[in-house]
Design a protein. Structure first.
Length: 434
């Protein structure tokens, strides 16, 4: 049996691509190997968004070549094959993100398919996440032209999936044990715009390729629904009643990027200090317990101490639940690189540390407000008898906090249990099963 090694790097969108490639390979009869030694070929799914990610991808390719010798490269960095070929001219093939068929062709050119996939009535689906949660991609690409980002160059323009196709996949996932659906796209709030929100069939129903209509139907499946990467457009407010009614988790991941209007204009991003605050207040009026995660870039070209202070003041006033801070990375091909006033690396790091210090105090205060309250927790793992580790509606896997729970010993992974919170620290909660 032909064995394929697989290395998956990058964001959840790339993880979904990896799942699709592995599922198709398995349907063709290939097995996967967890070691370079046993693999007859290695596929590396790369990230190419920022400079550290590019270096990590190149190092992974180099390691695969050293340890195995036969390597097919795909993913975002694959959209820039000259970068890869310059360092590693011996890779077998390079494909861009989402080019599943080309990956399969490259693998089969070296290792012919072990069996005829037409003999399999139901090709197996490979998941790289635990059984109880899954990332569900609504669209590919992006139509925005943020000056610091090259995603449109790597992944192309917005290409949404029909609502019927998305719902069918969601239903299959829930039927096989998924208890949390994490919806992802480069911009979820733009979903369906390219399709002019056309209707498609899900069973005997017509559903629009429009986020509110899609979520209303998806909620019937009974799983948690979490939204990632939502631009702060006015129509996001239409989703809030679904959160207030318990149909969608009251959680929004909104990459605001900055609060200085001057810097945001240079970034080609919407909003500013006061408009961001106004948006947040309006959302919280409808959903008081809304958890808002955001990310910010410090040290963007031209950012002055005054601009940074505006961001610092905003974070203090906005009291966001979760915050990620990144220093500006001059990615090749990004238009922001041509801007004047590049910030020294030591200043970027110092600003990042100051912002995270402010946010840590907010995070601790927010977490402490849940002490004495009861939260529903989705169990992720059982490290020892009587102890469960899981997440509340405020916690997305891998990026947010955790809830450590004393249990009666009968809970299972993937189960949702009520937990009374007894203690809190900066990022995590602690409690007992009710």
């Amino acid at each position: 049996m032909a064995k394929i090694g697989f290395v998956s790097l990058g964001c959840p969108k790339a993880l979904v691509d990896s799942e699709q490639i592995l599922s198709r390979l398995k349907a063709l009869g290939y097995e996967t190997s967890s070691t370079y030694e046993e693999a007859e070929l290695v596929v590396v799914n790369t990230c190419g968004f920022i400079t550290p990610a590019i270096e990590e991808s190149l190092e992974a390719i180099g390691e695969a070549l050293r340890e195995n010798g036969k390597v097919v490269v795909t993913g975002c960095l694959g959209a820039r094959p000259e970068v890869i070929r310059e360092r590693y001219p011996m890779v077998l093939e390079i494909t861009g993100p989402g080019e599943v068929e080309r990956v399969l062709e490259a693998v089969q050119a070296v290792l012919p398919a072990p069996r005829n996939p037409l003999l399999d009535l139901i090709p197996p689906q490979v998941k790289l996440t635990p059984r109880h949660y899954a990332y569900l991609k609504l669209s590919e690409g992006c139509d925005h032209r943020c000056s610091f980002c090259i995603i449109p160059k790597l992944r192309g323009p917005l290409r949404s999936r029909d609502a019927g196709e998305v719902l069918a996949e969601a239903a299959r996932l829930v039927a096989t044990g998924t208890r949390e659906l994490i919806l992802i796209a480069q911009d979820l709030s733009a979903y369906g715009v390219d399709l002019r929100h056309r209707e498609s069939f899900w069973g005997d129903r017509l559903v629009k390729a429009e986020l509110k209509d899609l979520l209303s139907h998806m909620a019937e499946l009974g799983a948690w629904i979490r939204l990632h990467y939502v631009y702060p457009y006015p129509h996001v407010r239409e989703l809030l009643p679904l959160m207030a009614e318990g149909k969608v988790l009251p959680y929004l991941d909104v990459p605001l990027q900055h609060a200085s209007e001057r810097i945001l204009r240079l970034m080609r991003r919407p909003g500013g200090y006061q408009s961001h605050l106004k948006t947040l207040r309006s959302w919280r009026e409808v959903v008081p317990g809304l958890c808002v995660r955001s990310s910010f870039i410090v040290g963007f070209p031209g950012e002055t101490e005054e601009d940074f202070q505006i961001l610092l003041d905003f974070v203090q006033e906005a009291e966001l639940d979760r915050v990620g801070v990144f220093t500006y990375s001059p990615v090749e091909g990004a238009e922001a690189n041509a801007l004047e006033g590049h910030v020294p690396e030591e200043v970027k790091e110092e600003r990042k540390a100051r912002l995270m210090e402010v946010q840590a105090e907010i995070s601790l205060r927010k977490n402490q407000s849940f002490v004495g309250k009861t939260l529903e927790v989705l169990v992720d793992e059982l490290p020892e008898p009587g102890l469960a580790v899981g997440r509340s509606y405020r916690d997305s896997p891998g990026i947010d906090g955790l809830v450590y729970v004393e249990t009666d010993g009968t809970v299972r992974v993937g189960e949702r249990i009520p937990v009374r919170i007894t203690r809190a620290d900066t990022y995590d909660l602690y409690g007992v099963q009710v």
